[in-house]
Design a protein around this ligand. Sequence first.
Ligand SMILES: [Zn+2]
Length: 459
Amino acid sequence: MSREVLLLKAQLKERDEEIAALKHKLAQLEKNHNSVQELYDRVTPLTPLTAKTALSNEDIMRYSRQLLVPQLAVQGQLNLSKTSVLVVGCGGLGCPLALYLAAAGIGRLGLLDYDEVELNNLHRQVLHGEENQGQAKALSAAQALKRLNSTVECIPYHLQLSPQNALQLIQQYDIVADCSDNVPTRYLVNDACVLSGKPLVSASALRLEGQLTVYNYHGGPCYRCLYPVPPPPETVTNCSDGGVLGVVPGIMGCVQALEVLKIASGQRTSCSQKLLMFDAQDAKFRSIKLRPKKADCAVCGEEPSVTQLVDYETFCGSAASDKCRRLNLLSRDQRITVQEYKSILDKAEPHLLLDVRPLVEVDICRLPFSLNIPLSCLEERKLEDVQLLKRRIDQLRQGRSGDFQPPVYVICKLGNDSQKAVQVMEKMSGSEVDAVTVKDICGGLMAWAKTIDSTFPQY
Ligand SMILES: [Zn+2]
């Protein structure tokens, strides 16, 4: 054979090898891709998780640094691989939690979220990327976790946990992590965990603070033992109202992952009957001991009155969603739409626009002609604010007949606080300030941004 033929043959062999390698890579990618393609929109029975009897060489390589930790060791790693964990909520807590559980080699992860990825999630929900906007969070999370560890079985559920599906779902998992940060969901998850005998690792985060407790574990209290009655809904602040620094749920989700891993690997949790509190401002963790299990607890007590799941939105008086809550405190004639307000502006009708959001929100954006008095200052009747209000109302009255009642339109972000402010203003009208006609602008500045001025920022 000539040298040329030999050379070509060698090149051909090289190409064949390259093609084979590419085919292998493609098959691997397709396998990973297909295995998470299915997005569950309802709860279906799962096949039992098969228990590994020994670690493979690949397992040993992947987990070598944690296998060297005496508290975990080989048996702990095998225990992780046969444990399934349900993550309720793939947001600010659920993302870091699921990330570390997948990295550590948990056998199966149920990833539940009814929501889609939005731009304002990305500062804290670190499994999702810009390209995932609009995608179901459960699927986006499952895909990210598969990239990290393809040996972990991920089951994405695009659905809302409800009294109808919670028991069937939770019964199929060994440990439940509540990352919903929502009061009705917390009671629902707690009751379902008690009824199916599963430990519940629950965390929350707001602004610069976080909390964590493990419920229903080895005779410890459940959530209802400690909080038999839900808090009044108006006292509950969520992240979309109160804000949160992304790293704070990140830290709490990591502590949550740690407690799940301790339980799953066969160690005990340190957070049963304890409240772990994190203060990000002072960089301090504190732990306080909680009351033990209550003999007369409604769900885990000796004679429980709750023996099946109930309607938790009614029980708590609030929605099982962290999306905007809609209050309805006023009658139709006490409110105007943003379109009606726009035509008042267009006609240059004299009025006062009162923006009752906190200053931190006013700094983000405002309508230039508004007067800003936060609802809390209005409720407290802060002297300087009342005087400011008086002056502005006086200005509107100038040159008009004595019975003219200047119109005051109240606005906030979403139209909840503004309704409360209308009620406060109505009490003040004619006594603390001159008589005015007060109306709420329905849907607030976010409705303004959506329907009137698309250049106005949404937050
Ligand atoms: Zn209880």
